[in-house]
Design a binder for this molecule. Sequence first.
Ligand SMILES: [Ca+2]
Ligand SMILES: [Ca+2]
Length: 233
Amino acid sequence: MRVRVSGRHGGWPEVVCLLIAVCAGLGAGCGDSAGPSGAADGMIAFVSSRDGNLDIFSMDAYGRFQTNLTHDPEWADYPDWSPDGDRIAFVSGRDGVPNIYTMHADGTHIRKLTTGTGNLYANPVWSPDGTKIAYAGGVPLDIFVMSDIGTGVTNLTNTPLRQELDPSWSPDGLRIAYEAGPSSNREIYVMDADGSNPTQITDDPADDRAPSWSPDYCSILFSSRRDGATGAP
Ligand SMILES: [Ca+2]
Ligand SMILES: [Ca+2]
């Protein structure tokens, strides 16, 4: 059985996790709380194949009330709660090809946000103010952001020869961390939320992936194979 646990800003990876202090350019915001994180009612979204294919489930923090929210013959993956806990963004192949959708937290009111006809989509993540969704898409993957949820799509990275994925919003919504590079040696980058000033912040021959900002805006957690761990986030 495959299970992917996701809070509001993506799952904590299951390989070696490292914390790096992101000192450059953080300014006075470091240490300020961004307010509540995670779903407003403390629920957890996760992905499981227990019902025969990948579906998105929810449960409370004690593992109770486990509920299949998608119930579709096609797969669903990459759940991410909206900051107010009312909606979940996710990727699904329910229309034959991958696209990004939202649904209410009880699995109802499914809305298709993208109209891809064969593109890859992954990692939709809500901005802290709930007005935008960043995601990875295209071939090779770039980081995109859609404003007004479903419109105004902008390619933030636009690198035709390099893969970017796993975007993570800083708690103040001003920056996005992500991973980039070949599949065998990705590095962690940070850019402004409009795609400007991309800055590489790891430099290691091992694979570095899946960045996630600390709530106090001072550190970024990421997974790495640099200490010999195996597995993939
Ligand atoms: Ca790219
Ligand atoms: Ca690396």
